[in-house]
Design a binder for this molecule. Structure first.
Ligand SMILES: CC(C)(COP(=O)(O)OP(=O)(O)OC[C@H]1O[C@@H](n2cnc3c(N)ncnc32)[C@H](O)[C@@H]1OP(=O)(O)O)[C@@H](O)C(=O)NCCC(=O)NCCS
Length: 170
């Protein structure tokens, strides 16, 4: 994994348009709108801090992920019932050639390690769509526990989400 730069945005935009990503990542927004937000985050003009990372395999980009402190997103944190200090994560394998080969499981392990490198033992709370079986399995294989299946009021739709927590070890 390495920090995302503006040079990465064109291929992330291409991944965001692929059906296996679009169906889970942009059901209520567009690839263009996502890229505008990513550009602000990587060039430091975003008001809130979300750490953007590129997932690589032997040096080649295959996906991207992000983490943030729920405290920086108070309305969303309240809707998620986040505990003090917890961080949130989001992730995608963009390159279709790497889907279903274990890369997602390793990506989440690396993302957990990165968050905990900066915040030792931190609890991690995230919520894929309840229907996103692959994403849920990746979390479960990394030790996350299912907290609830319910809509999240700060999300744009009332799609049921599967809320998962990796408990704090601090
Ligand atoms: C979700 C995602 C990260 C999973 O990564 P992956 O590399 O494809 O998954 P892995 O190969 O590590 O597999 C992890 C588990 O999920 C299962 N799985 C993978 N694809 C699946 C599918 N389509 N349906 C059901 N289970 C699936 C695997 O069988 C494995 O479980 P097992 O070991 O019990 O058999 C990846 O598919 C992806 O990025 N998808 C598009 C974007 C997305 O959904 N992001 C998450 C938004 S919350």
């Amino acid at each position: 994994m390495r920090p995302m730069t503006e040079q990465d945005l064109p291929f992330i935009e291409a991944w965001l348009r692929l059906p296996h990503v679009a169906c889970w990542w942009t059901p209520d927004t567009t690839a263009e709108a996502e890229i505008v937000r990513y550009r602000q985050r990587v060039n430091g003009s975003s008001a809130r801090t979300t750490i953007m990372l590129i997932v690589t395999w032997e040096g080649n980009p295959i996906g991207w992920c992000q983490w943030y402190r729920w405290a920086d997103y108070p309305a969303e944190a309240a809707a998620m019932d986040a505990r003090d200090g917890e961080i949130g994560i989001d992730y995608a394998i963009g390159d279709p050639a790497w889907i279903g080969r274990g890369a997602g499981t390793q990506m989440v392990a690396a993302l957990v390690a990165e968050g905990r490198r900066l915040h030792p033992g931190v609890g991690i709370l995230t919520a894929p769509a309840a229907a996103n079986t692959a994403s849920r399995r990746v979390l479960e294989k990394n030790g996350f526990e299912l907290v609830a299946i319910r809509p999240i009021v700060t999300e744009p739709s009332d799609t049921p989400m599967a809320v998962y927590r990796l408990r704090s070890t601090a």
